[in-house]
Each structure stands twice: as structure tokens, then as C-alpha cells.
Design a protein around this ligand. Structure first.
Ligand SMILES: Cc1ncc(COP(=O)(O)O)c(C=O)c1O
Length: 378
């Protein structure tokens, strides 16, 4: 693939087989270039303009919106996923006696911000897993318990790769007037998404994994009908309408933007958002559906391979609609297996007793075959 040589030359050279996108996505060449050019201007700030700075983040909101089927007015830029989850936890009208439902074994970014609401009387209830995976049936049944006000889930589990049926849970929540919050970090980029079709109220996502973007980039989507109903808990100076006029900043007009910018806490790392823009443009150019199909094909290979091996347990569900870009395989001794992979320069993760492989658009079938061959060696 020409893309590999151009954007991921280390992969084309064979410096490593990188199957660890669920930890950190590599930066495409164009992204590194965009960050560097922006930083070069910043080094000589008289070359920088307000238009360039604010035009860059405005472009980020547009690109993110395109990717998830939202309007740019519903996007607030954030520096990571956790910050976006905190926006939901702190801005939604939750109080004494309310329950937030989630799955057990969620990534902690989607647990602690909710646990932190205990002092105001909000309970986080974790639905136990079934066979180690998110139990959607049990969550759906729990929606009708008294006091349930919100549901918050990872779209894709960081450890098992299980993909939640967002549309099904989102619809059930909307029918009951329950808020639906999604941590999209392990899904978006490997999968495609339309937030409206999935009835999402708030969605948080960092850029550093499947969006192949710099650390310090991310966003939160807030459904338009909720934007003006919610007040941010952390109040940014540019969250106010009047702050646009930099010549009159001390007029102090406490009037929030009536779009999602009210949730932003600026100043943001502009150079990194320039990088995010380059990466999102690449994904949009490749076609998110094509990327999804490519990733699914690579994950399929690992799933098929595991079928004939008694010694390796497939942790990830076998059904294609239940997985994304993560495949978790549990050999009899995961640590030994991890060492073998490391020796073969195959980047992966060891998570919750399983080897986690997470390929993206830059990986080839041959790379996945090699990783599986090494894993299968006695
Ligand atoms: C599901 C999930 N959410 C969030 C994060 C990270 O959150 P943040 O962007 O705040 O570091 C990770 C992984 O690091 C993750 O797997």
C-alpha cells in the first residue's frame, strides 16, 4: 500500500510490526509535519495570527463533526477522553438518589469521574460481566430500576475488544429519558459511527489511539438539544460570547456560547490540533468505511487462527458485529507469549491476562500472519 511508504515509512521498512494501536496510535508523516510547521511559526510568534490559531481549532471541530455525523456546534475540543467524561459527569443534572449504570471491567477513565459523584449522593452501579464480557441484557433490564438517570459505556472494551451495540442501548435509554454517555476511545477510527443513529447524548474521545493523533487532543460531543441546557463545571474564559473581542476582555459578560464551545477550556495546544486535523484528513481521505473493513479483515485473521488452537482462548467475541480493532488472545502463559512477541519486534499489549493485538490502516495481512505464527510457536 502506497500509504505505508508515504505516511508510515518505518512500517514499510519493517522496523517493527506495530500491532498496538489500542495503546498509542502512530503519527502519520503529514501529522508530524503539521505539528512541526505550526511549532516553527510559534517559535517566531510574530508569524502567527489569531486567525491561524482559532481557524485551526475551528477546522478540528468541523472534521470531528464529519467523522461522527454531528454538527460542529455540538463539538467541544478537549485534551483527552477523561476530560470529556468529566464534562458529562459534572454537567448532567445528577443528584442525591440517582444511579449511573455502567459495565464492570470498564477502563478507569469512565469509572472514577462517576465514582467521584458519591459525595453528592450519586451511585455508580457496575453491571457484572457475563463470561468476562459486557452483559448488555442485564444492563437493559436494569434500566427500569428506580433512580437510573444515566448510562455510561465504552463503545469498545480496552481489554476484551467487545463492541457494545450502541444503537440498541441508546434507543432504550432515550425511550426512558435516561442520559446515554459513550467513551469512544477504543472504537472511533477503527469503526465508523453516527451519533444520532445511536441516540448518544454525550460522547468523549481522545485522539491518541485510533485517530492517529497527538497526545493532548480529543473532543466531547454534546447533543444539540442538551448544549444550552447544561452548564459547564469548569468555566473557560473563551466559553463566553463576549470574549471573542480581545480588545474588550474586561467587560465580563457572563453569557455562555449557545454551542458546545461553552465546555471548552482554552488555551488548547494549537499545534497538536493542527496535527489532529492532518490525521483526520488522512482518515477521511482513506474513507472511514474502508479503514473499518481493512481493520476488520486483520482482526478476522486472528479470530480464524484461534479457532484451531486449543491452547489459545479467544477472549474477544467471535461475531464480527461484536468486535472492532482489538483482538485479545489468552495463551496458557501470556507472559511467555508476550516475551516471544517482543523478541520478534512485534508491538502488542498484555492486558488482563491476554495478549492484545490492535492493527490499523497501516498494517498488512503479512504482518498479522507473522504475529500469529510467533504466537503459535511452542
Ligand atoms: C476505553 C478508554 N477510555 C479512555 C482511555 C484513555 O483516556 P485519556 O484519553 O483520558 O487518557 C483509554 C486508554 O488509555 C481507554 O482504553
Amino acid at each position: 500500500m502506497d500509504l505505508r511508504e508515504r505516511e508510515f515509512p518505518w512500517a514499510a521498512r519493517g522496523d517493527a510490526i506495530y500491532l498496538n494501536n489500542a495503546s498509542t496510535g502512530p503519527l502519520p508523516v503529514r501529522t508530524v509535519g503539521a505539528q512541526a510547521s505550526f511549532t516553527a511559526l510559534r517559535a517566531e510568534p510574530f508569524r502567527m495570527s489569531d486567525e491561524l490559531q482559532f481557524g485551526t481549532i475551528s477546522h478540528s471541530r468541523n472534521l470531528v463533526a464529519r467523522l461522527i455525523g454531528a454538527s460542529p456546534d455540538e463539538i467541544a475540543l478537549m485534551v483527552n477522553t477523561t476530560y470529556g467524561i468529566n464534562v458529562a459527569a459534572r454537567a448532567l443534572p445528577l443528584g442525591r438518589g440517582d444511579t449511573v449504570l455502567t459495565f464492570d471491567r470498564e477502563f478507569p477513565a469512565n469509572i472514577y469521574p462517576w465514582m467521584a459523584l458519591a459525595p453528592i449522593g450519586v451511585t455508580l452501579e457496575r453491571i457484572p460481566c457475563r463470561d468476562g464480557l459486557a452483559d448488555e441484557e442485564a444492563l437493559l433490564l436494569a434500566l427500569d430500576k428506580p433512580g437510573v438517570k444515566a448510562v455510561t459505556v465504552s463503545w469498545v472494551s480496552f481489554a476484551t475488544g467487545y463492541r457494545v451495540d450502541l444503537a440498541r442501548i441508546g434507543r432504550a435509554c432515550r425511550e426512558r429519558g435516561i442520559y446515554f454517555i459513550v467513551d469512544a476511545m477504543q472504537g472511533l477510527g477503527a469503526l465508523t459511527l453516527d451519533v444520532r443513529e445511536c441516540f448518544v447524548d454525550v460522547l468523549a474521545c481522545g485522539g491518541q489511539k485510533w485517530l492517529l493523533s497527538p497526545w493532548g487532543t480529543g473532543f466531547v460531543y454534546v447533543r444539540s438539544e442538551l448544549v444550552t441546557a447544561l452548564e459547564p463545571s469548569s468555566v473557560g474564559w473563551l466559553a463566553m460570547r463576549g470574549s471573542e473581542d480581545f480588545t474588550r476582555l474586561v467587560d465580563y459578560d457572563f453569557t455562555y456560547w449557545d454551542d458546545a464551545r461553552r465546555f471548552e477550556v482554552i488555551t488548547l495546544p494549537f499545534q497538536d490540533f493542527a496535527g489532529l486535523n492532518a490525521s483526520l484528513e488522512l482518515l477521511l481521505e482513506l474513507g472511514p468505511k474502508r479503514v473499518e473493513a481493512h481493520v476488520a479483515g486483520l482482526v478476522d485473521m486472528a479470530v480464524e487462527w484461534s479457532r484451531n488452537r486449543a491452547a489459545v482462548k479467544l477472549v474477544t467475541p467471535a461475531e464480527p458485529e461484536r468486535r472492532a480493532g482489538i483482538v485479545a488472545l489468552a495463551p496458557s502463559d501470556p507472559r511467555v507469549a508476550s516475551e516471544k512477541l517482543k523478541r520478534a519486534r512485534i508491538s502488542h499489549s498484555l492486558r488482563e491476562g491476554a495478549i492484545r493485538l490492535s492493527p490499523h490502516c497501516y498494517n498488512t495481512d503479512a504482518e498479522m500472519e507473522e504475529a500469529l505464527e510467533v504466537l503459535g510457536r511452542e
